[in-house]
Design a protein around this ligand. Structure first.
Ligand code: DGY
Length: 311
């Protein structure tokens, strides 16, 4: 049978099975396995994960490819220009993971600001001697500025959450300045990065990784954050300079860091394993059952539509 749809994963929930009912020429084979490679010449649709980067050379092996579906909102792992040139549609999963990702960023912020991981480790160590006035003191958030990079749906959903904590959201986005951002319960300032950073007691990243945002926060820019600032990244590694971030944390300039994404993940800069005041998660932004099912449904519908069917 000629494979028309090649997926590297069964995804979560029933959506891929449903797609297979409508398009029986569907095959699930691990990324870059022999079976996956053998299906490339006839594949019209490729479904993959954010951890499975593709290059232009891969496209050369798929002369019939019409659509790439990625089980993510981010598309930075795909050769977008080459897809455009070849008329290959790219389908991703915007919208359905907004709340899950904003929730996880909030979880990281609270974990970092209230030293949740250290407290949990202390209890589990069986060394806890009881309540003490200065034990594991954290940082309050009320009335402080939360700098948010990216004014898209996830950035705005995060703003809504920190606003509920009494914080003052302020945005930077690729426009850099201009009209205030409406994040639902209020309007927030949109500032140039040089103005936003020195005011931000918390900085949270919610912009995509693009040629423009790669390396956006170098050591010099990160050092403009105020003493004790907290940095949260649930967007992509590569937007900020991790060694510089680690250095500012080690020197006590930053008060804490919460990361869900890393440059070159799943490889981790070894320094993170020793870093104090860092909460580290394994890219869980969209990881709820409901969200992953909704992502699969949206993705499979998009692929079916691109192939001229319904699902
Ligand atoms: C995405 O879908 O791009 C997110 O990184 C998932 O957490």
């Amino acid at each position: 049978m000629n494979i028309r749809i090649l997926s590297s994963s069964p995804l979560v929930g029933p959506a891929l099975k449903q797609l297979g009912a409508d398009f029986p020429e569907l095959c699930v084979a691990p990324f870059r396995s022999i079976a996956w490679r053998m299906a490339l010449p006839t594949a019209e649709a490729l479904i993959g994960l954010l951890s499975e980067p593709l290059g232009e050379a891969d496209l050369d092996l798929m002369p019939r490819l019409r659509v790439i579906g990625t089980y993510s909102v981010g598309v930075n792992h795909l050769p977008l220009e080459a897809c455009k040139e070849r008329g290959i549609q790219v389908v991703s999963t915007p919208g359905v993971l907004t709340d899950a990702t904003a929730d996880l960023a909030l979880a990281l912020l609270l974990a970092v600001s209230r030293r949740v991981a250290e407290g949990e480790a202390l209890v589990r160590s069986a060394q806890w001697k009881g309540w003490a006035p200065d034990q594991l003191l954290g940082t309050g958030l009320n009335n402080k500025v939360c700098g948010i990079l990216g004014s898209g749906p996830i950035g705005r959903a995060f703003a809504k959450r920190v606003w509920a904590l009494g914080m003052k959201p302020a945005f930077w986005d690729r426009d850099g300045k201009g009209l205030p951002v409406d994040f639902g319960p209020g309007l927030a300032r949109r500032l140039p990065l040089e103005e936003l950073l020195p005011q931000s007691a918390v900085l949270s990243l919610h912009c995509p990784l693009t040629p423009e945002t790669r390396g956006l926060l170098d050591g010099r820019k990160l050092a403009r954050l105020p003493q004790g600032a907290l940095v949260i990244n649930t967007a992509r590694g590569g937007i900020l300079d991790e060694p510089a971030l680690m250095d500012l944390l080690a020197r006590g300039h930053l008060g804490g860091v919460g990361l869900d994404v890393y440059e070159g993940e799943p490889a981790l800069h070894p320094g993170w394993l020793e870093a104090p005041r860092a909460v580290l998660l394994p890219h869980l932004g969209s990881a709820t059952v409901e969200t992953r099912e909704a992502m699969a449904e949206l993705l499979c519908k998009g692929v079916a539509r691109a192939l001229g069917g319904s699902c």
